[in-house]
Ligand binder design. Sequence first.
Ligand SMILES: NC(=O)c1ccc[n+]([C@@H]2O[C@H](COP(=O)([O-])OP(=O)(O)OC[C@H]3O[C@@H](n4cnc5c(N)ncnc54)[C@H](OP(=O)(O)O)[C@@H]3O)[C@@H](O)[C@H]2O)c1
Length: 306
Amino acid sequence: MKTIILGKTNISVPAISIGCMRLNSLDEKGAAEFINHAVSRGLNFFDHADIYGDGECERLFSQALKSSGVKREDLFIESKCGIVPGVMYDFSYEHIINSVDGILNRLQTEYLDMLLLHRPDALVEPEEVAKAFDELHSNGKVRYFGVSNMNSGQIDLLKKCVTQDIQANQLQLSVTNSQMIRNGLEVNMTTEGSLDRDGGILNYCRLNDITIQAWSPFQYGFFEGVFLNNDKFPKLNEVINSIAEKYSVSNTAVATAWILRHPANIQMISGTMNKSRLDEICKGTDIALTREEWYKIYLAAGNMLP
Ligand SMILES: NC(=O)c1ccc[n+]([C@@H]2O[C@H](COP(=O)([O-])OP(=O)(O)OC[C@H]3O[C@@H](n4cnc5c(N)ncnc54)[C@H](OP(=O)(O)O)[C@@H]3O)[C@@H](O)[C@H]2O)c1
């Protein structure tokens, strides 16, 4: 399994993380089998959030982990907090502390390897976040910290008070959701893609050694569906399929390889709960697309090059 170095740490982690947002589509036995299967492929990095399945995904994970025989200490487990579904975002000291206690309780673990702030809170007070992070770090409940869906200014604002390094930023990225790449290619133009909506987040993360974790790598829109084998994307599928044929892998592997080919050392968060699909994804980590192939896929997704 291809590995990357996480943020500013010296920890080597798999380039594919297992996203647990859809874990509750499995029963306990199925989840245990899936965890075992992932770990046997070198995929020991699991992404959670306090809100996934309203807490059920974390609860099921801990039960399934017990029956899987896999040891907690052999895993890297991250979770996220800060969303109060349908109500608000909350980065207050109290919310972060209470949320982590809930996460640890549901996951039946004494510590999280990493905690991410899930989505920006307009009312964020970086001093409060810093106080919460300091406490969680010093009492051993959280080893590393990161963010999710944040732009460069928001990370800088946190860094004004937070003393721990921000190791990761989880962002939506697929070939059909590649805004962070588009604005770097359509610089100084009047095209839609040239709009810098996130403060040059791709380069910001590279410059500051923040690992980009790509969520929903096979989805288009905001959870509208999978672009692979989808009639809405005929050209994209034609190109991906022809490259898949060349490497004797599936289209899923090629879509994976497209993300991992980027030199930003991106970690892809896979959401499948299907063991054979996960194996296809793993095959994508062995493929280094040529520049020509990478750009051909980018263009086929409807993007332009000046
Ligand atoms: N930070 C954030 O705001 C945020 C937001 C959303 C998600 N996430 C994280 O990102 C993870 C991944 O998100 P996601 O589940 O939306 O990502 P995804 O991997 O793009 O989507 C997985 C879903 O697509 C289905 N699928 C159908 N055809 C597929 C194909 N050819 N290849 C791959 N998948 C196919 C899968 O079904 P099968 O199970 O049948 O394969 C599964 O239901 C989540 O689990 C979560 O941990 C983070």
